[in-house]
Design a protein around this ligand. Sequence first.
Ligand code: GDP
Ligand code: MG
Length: 163
Amino acid sequence: MSNIIAIVGRPNVGKSTLYNRLTESRKAIVDDFSGVTRDRHYGQGEWIGKTFTVIDTGGYVHGSDDIFEAAIREQVLIAIEEASVILFMVDVTVGITDLDDEIADLLRRSKKPVYVVVNKVDHHQLHHDATVFYSFGLGEIYNISSMTGSGTGELLDDVVQHF
Ligand code: GDP
Ligand code: MG
């Protein structure tokens, strides 16, 4: 498989909402394979004539915070292996958490292109708050609202350049 976009990030940042928007299908592919497979949804998307596969990581198993963190870490490492492009999603209304920092550390060491996607930028005033995410040192940030779709076109314009 090629042209694979993986969406990673801690729970509740809006990964599945973006996945649904990019794939235009609410069909969650859930099967009885390993826990890892169960935690990943695959869908097809298309933008300006280019087709791609989107992976939504993380219908994480509920458990202790340690299990949570380990599961997220595992999903990020698989994404680094498997994806052509990684979307690292964070939440402008929350800011940078310890878990965000841990994910950023893993991604910084990867050779794959990483896009910092700042979600829930629903209003213009929130663009200022989003600038804190430059401190990851992962380059440009993409402010989007998965809910309204604002900013997703600009993100995809750049992401599909890799395909
Ligand atoms: P996930 O755990 O990362 O997959 O996050 P979800 O996609 O399940 O979203 C978590 C919550 O954030 C849900 O209540 C969504 O409706 C909400 N959400 C997702 N995207 C946005 C957004 O762009 N703006 C706002 N205000 N809420 C959002
Ligand atoms: Mg989800």
